[in-house]
Design a protein around this ligand. Sequence first.
Ligand SMILES: [Zn+2]
Ligand SMILES: [Zn+2]
Length: 185
Amino acid sequence: MISAKNSTTPGTQQPNDAQLEACPVCWETDSRQAPQTDFCSNQHKACANCVKRLAEQAIQDHSTLPCMICRKPINPEIALQSALKALKSINTCATGLKISDMQSTHWILYARDIDIDQTIELEGQEFTKRDCLVQAAKAMPTHIDAWAELGVSLTEGERVVIRGKSYDKARCFVKASSAARTASA
Ligand SMILES: [Zn+2]
Ligand SMILES: [Zn+2]
């Protein structure tokens, strides 16, 4: 027999069905509205909506995201990724992001979340992993990861068209390394 739920400290009875732990930011307790996201390595949680909002803010400000409970600095991209994952497990569309508002980081996180033969659905449109990476490179033409991961996703001979230009695997890597040079200059 495998005993489930053995990981909690003895004596602390965890509520089973109803997730009664309130989000430390907005005090939401309804996990259907806002699933709890594990984002801090000290097992601290907040609701995915709050994690997403604060992580996006931190990415925009180029700052780290302090844990809402222990203030430990967290990589906002990783926090955003787990928030999007939690929200997507309810419904992809529940992230509330319009395609037109999505930044390169969002596209990359979506791309990393699916395999090459999987798709995600946004506003009724299907996007493959590669489509997401193309969107990331379009949204920010100097994004190193977008070009590098696009290069990895292309097989020899395959091409993608971005902003009217055609790129094969090798040219994607050239774009990634020139973006890296620009970033370090
Ligand atoms: Zn919250
Ligand atoms: Zn913490």
